[in-house]
Design a protein around this ligand. Sequence first.
Ligand SMILES: *Cc1c(COP(=O)(O)O)cnc(C)c1O
Length: 387
Amino acid sequence: MIPYGRQTISEDDVAAVVEVLRGDWLTQGPAVERFERAVAEHCGVEHAIACANGTAALHLAYLGLGLAPGDLLWTSPNTFVATANAARFCGADMGFVDIERDTLNMSVDALEARLADAERSGRLPDVVVPVHFGGAACDMMRISELSRRYGFTVVEDASHAIGGAYRGTPVGACERSSAAVFSFHPVKIVTTGEGGMVVTNDDAIAERARLLRTHGITRDPMEMEHCAEGPWYYEQLELGFNYRITDIQCALGASQMRRLDEFVARRNELARRYDELLAGLPVAPQRVPDDVLSAYHLYVVRLDLGAIGPRTRTEVFAWMRASEVGVNVHYIPVHLQPYYERLGFGRGDLPEAERYYAGALTLPLYPAMSEDDQDAVVAALREAVGA
Ligand SMILES: *Cc1c(COP(=O)(O)O)cnc(C)c1O
């Protein structure tokens, strides 16, 4: 089976992990800071806070900017459930903004229209979270203009997008957002097994995210409410979490970061090749705007259901899997999950995301994929759609 995504582990990566295993710290040692520094330098951002996974990173970022019960957070329905769930962890209310037909990112026109409505009805969002779907950055220029006009905070869910760029600036620079979040799950661009990171230029967000990553505990006498009683003394200032990541994982992450540009270049090369090979088939690849360098976490196509009828997406999917091609579907619109339905969302709320989902198919893409494998994927798809 050709998988839809796969990590790329080198002998250097293995050696970096083994070195930690033979050393003094398995966790809370120097590799965490080394990895944080590597990501901060890549992004050109002030602070990087590594943590257990991307979901924890979203939670820490939202808490870092003070998201609380009674607040409202909007995001795209075309994302992994974690983007919304982390807001629910904070007790915030959720809203979803429909996607754009071709980029599959949050539609800024839809956002603008909903903001105007929300202003009239008296409940504007406190936070808006653009998700850089597939690795392609959202229209951050317009989103940040709207954030100034309507007073909301922007957090980027950049789980797919480390190594990508927007208008020549690396994703994660936080030029037009308060914070951005990465995931290092093995299918993502860079991996630590499980892992995540918050990046920000805001000192207060960074400080709060660091505090809450370790139970809300400080060992800094300057932050304490009582006098330090001795060298053992620490204080818990807030109710935090154990969201730490290990040195073992961060050694892998820091080693992987050295090849980030190489990974993204190869993913782009394969994506260009897919674009060419798929021309003429009844499928539309995600459109990436000219001012965006996608990190190409995913290569997603939308089947032209009218042209492939009577075949369905389910049949195309089954045909591909039977041909040993590990296709996938990203994403089931979050608002259609039973948990969100119970909160009042339902079918018809976000028509573009629902229409896209009906024809969505993710084709295999990872740096070590061979051109022969790619040809096999395209040949199977050609048969599956009856072209
Ligand atoms: C992977 C992912 C997450 C969550 O990351 P984990 O590391 O799996 O917790 C959040 N948002 C998006 C868009 C993702 O793809």
